[in-house]
Design a protein around this ligand. Structure first.
Ligand SMILES: [Zn+2]
Length: 251
């Protein structure tokens, strides 16, 4: 099968910035994307075509991969020799798939895994690896593979926390500072770390310096409330009591 333009997909020829291979990529017309539902972790459920399938471009020759567009073109701190030395690893992760073929769920999953490997070579912000894992979690959620979803939520959180605590200028994409804190709270909530979740939600609601958008303040309040309702018993109450004696600026 060859890539074909449809009323939702357009084809763009791209040159790999590493090996100069020319190859076709599928891209989705943004105005044809239809959102059915937004999840608390900012993932979305789509009617019809899932744009997450097409977020990552992969060179079919050397398996260099990153988010489409400028991110793909910018090779960051890649060392060509070190990248080539890892070719057998990239090839193994690619599972013999041909990235000149139209995207399937399987190809989409592999594209994110190749982008994660590439991110290490580029020495990208840990937040980039967090975002790639979060999107993988959303992909698995779309086919109700709960175990894989949970695994990648945990990875996303680990990378995001590394970026948040250790990097001076982490790359969280378009997320605002308030949005980042909210998302950290929500991911902690999903893995069952109630104490940390409440800490982050409180910061979103109370820290005026963050200048958080109303959307995230509303979501943080909502998820905080959900925690109180779902966890009848001592844990949340204890967290609240502890928090009342702490400085809100602390995370
Ligand atoms: Zn290439």
């Amino acid at each position: 099968m060859r890539m074909q333009p449809t009323n939702q997909i357009w084809i763009k020829q791209v040159e790999c910035p590493l090996c100069y291979e020319d190859f076709p990529t599928e891209n989705i017309w943004q105005n044809k994307v239809s959102i059915a539902e937004e999840y608390a972790d900012l993932g979305k459920k789509y009617n019809g075509t899932n744009p997450l399938f097409y977020s990552v471009w992969v060179c079919p020759n050397c398996y260099y991969a990153d988010l489409r567009g400028d991110e793909f073109q910018n090779t960051g701190k890649i060392n060509d020799e070190a990248f080539e030395e890892d070719f057998s690893i990239f090839k193994m992760v690619a599972e013999g798939e041909d990235f000149r073929q139209p995207r399937t769920f399987q190809l989409a999953v592999i594209s994110y895994k190749l982008a994660l490997l590439t991110a290490k070579h580029k020495k990208s912000s840990a937040a980039r690896s967090g975002t790639l894992n979060l999107r993988l979690a959303w992909l698995y959620r779309s086919i109700r593979k709960t175990e894989q979803e949970k695994t990648h939520i945990q990875y996303a959180l680990n990378y995001y926390m590394d970026a948040y605590t250790q990097e001076s200028d982490p790359d969280f994409g378009n997320l605002s500072p308030g949005g980042i804190i909210y998302l950290l709270g929500e991911l902690h909530r999903q893995i069952g770390d109630v104490r940390s979740a409440v800490n982050f939600f409180q910061k979103v609601v109370n820290d005026k310096k963050l200048n958080t958008e109303p959307k995230y303040i509303k979501l943080a309040r909502l998820q905080w409330e959900n925690l109180k309702e779902n966890r009848v018993g001592s844990e949340v109450t204890q967290v609240e009591m502890d928090e009342s004696s702490q400085n809100n600026d602390e995370v």
